[in-house]
Write a new protein. Structure first.
Length: 50
């Protein structure tokens, strides 16, 4: 990593809980919650790797 562009972020336990919830939603077997999440947040995407 280029030291000129490194960013240090503080991660809290709350962040971990939210990340775990989103991961379970997107990677789980239930399609409906995944579809709802994608539809809700689709316009917020900044970097999409297709």
């Amino acid at each position: 990593m280029d030291p000129e562009h490194r960013v240090l972020l503080l991660v809290t336990a709350d962040d971990l809980m939210v990340a775990d919830d989103i991961f379970r939603t997107l990677m789980g077997d239930d399609v409906e919650p995944r579809r709802d999440f994608i539809r809700t947040h689709a316009l917020e995407v900044k970097n999409l790797d297709v």
